[in-house]
Design a protein around this ligand. Structure first.
Ligand SMILES: [Zn+2]
Length: 86
């Protein structure tokens, strides 16, 4: 069995806790975040869904870094979700 790559942190909330790979009724797989409802790209396999998600996160990181270099750091305007006390 092919190993599944580790999931990169959610591009929406930065967490890894809420991430999991789900399956559409059509059979397509995608990464979803339970904390902020981010949806990753749909792919034909769990491995591809994780890979596409990780590629997207890496691509966003590069683009955010380029924008931050030009305009200064990105400031998020939404409130972070309150985490349950454990
Ligand atoms: Zn998230």
């Amino acid at each position: 069995m092919a190993t599944i790559p580790k999931l990169a942190p959610c591009p929406g909330c930065g967490e890894t806790d809420g991430l999991d790979v789900y399956k559409y009724e059509s059979g397509w797989r995608y990464v979803e975040c339970d904390l902020c409802w981010y949806h990753g790209p749909g792919e034909g396999s769990i491995r591809e869904a994780v890979k596409s998600h990780n590629d997207r996160v890496a691509d966003l990181a590069v683009r955010r870094a380029a924008l931050a270099a030009e305009y200064g750091p990105f400031v998020r305007h939404t409130q972070p979700r309150v985490r349950r006390a454990s």
